[in-house]
Unconditional design. Structure first.
Length: 302
């Protein structure tokens, strides 16, 4: 690449690590920061540069992508003590990629603009695998100046970059709709598998048939193998959808818009979390049904 911009990635979890490594593979000098020592070591082992602090990262980077968990963490990174708002140079770009209430990015954009810092509302989708392959989707909105200042960095971290408008908030709105569908589809997949098992269908055969039939969804195809393998290692946890569908429902209330399917799915994630499975993979919703129906789920092989 002939773009000399330096990328900083704050949050080296499954998505952040993938984004950072894929950017490096495409020739972008990349600096990472994470509160987890294990995450930092993993990134360093992949050849990544580590920042000692937010201020250190800000001094070295032209574009910073925030792949933290939620709005609270985003605000802390931006506006907390030694946050990016106070330490980034004028003309730098912040790409905020956490799933948040769509009313928040316009506020962040305005505050950063006062300091001459560009802002892109850029939530992502695709999971850890696509992030590592540089193929995740970015749902982005921001000013033309922000996109110009980001240069080729967005293309280095993503397979698809959708430029959805010139105002922050639109990207997060589209991500919110995606999470509505993803959350409902996962809950429906778990419910359907539990129904089939309760009725006596072989779960592996059921999965194969549905994947070749009209009832298949991407989430069904992706998450049901976790159930079949009895492996609930959290690639995306139940608690993530407690949060994300909560955002969806809060936004709908402000719009006086009914979401009965999202509300029902949200209750399933809440029930699963209340039963002690909040930090497990989101496919653990099937455990809620298994407990109700006395189903014996497949167990992870030793």
């Amino acid at each position: 690449m002939n773009d000399a911009k330096v990328l900083g990635v704050v949050g080296l979890g499954s998505m952040g690590y993938g984004a950072a490594v894929s950017a490096m593979k495409r020739g972008v000098s990349t600096v990472g920061l994470d509160s987890s020592a294990a995450a930092r070591e993993r990134f360093a082992a992949a050849g990544g540069q580590l920042a000692a602090s937010l201020a250190d990262l800000a001094a070295r980077c032209d574009v910073v992508q925030l792949l933290v968990v939620n709005a609270m963490q985003t605000e802390a990174v931006l506006f907390g003590e030694q946050g990016l708002a106070a330490t980034l140079r004028r003309g730098a770009v912040v790409i905020a990629s956490a799933t948040v209430d769509p009313t928040l990015p316009p506020q962040w954009e305005a505050k950063l603009a006062e300091r001459g810092i560009h802002f892109i509302d850029g939530p992502v989708s695709g999971g850890a695998k696509k992030a590592a392959e540089g193929q995740m989707t970015v749902m982005a909105s921001g000013t033309p100046e922000a996109f110009a200042a980001a240069g080729a960095v967005l293309d280095a971290i993503a397979g698809k970059v959708y430029k959805l408008g010139d105002k922050a908030g639109i990207g997060s709105t589209v991500k919110m709709v995606n999470q509505h569908l993803a959350g409902v589809h996962i809950a429906a997949a778990c419910e359907a598998m539990a129904l089939g098992m309760r009725a006596g269908a072989d779960p592996a055969s059921l999965y194969e048939v549905i994947c070749n039939s009209a009832g298949m969804s991407w989430m069904f195809q992706n998450r049901v193998p976790h159930i079949l393998e009895g492996d609930y290692t959290p690639l995306s946890s139940v608690n993530i959808f407690v949060k994300d569908l909560g955002i969806v429902l809060d936004a709908a209330r402000k719009l006086a818009f009914p979401l009965p399917l999202a509300a029902a799915a949200h209750q399933l994630y809440l029930a699963t979390a209340a039963a002690g499975h909040g930090n497990e993979d989101d496919a653990a919703v099937v455990k809620f049904y298994a407990a109700l129906a006395g189903l014996e789920l497949p167990q992870k092989k030793a």
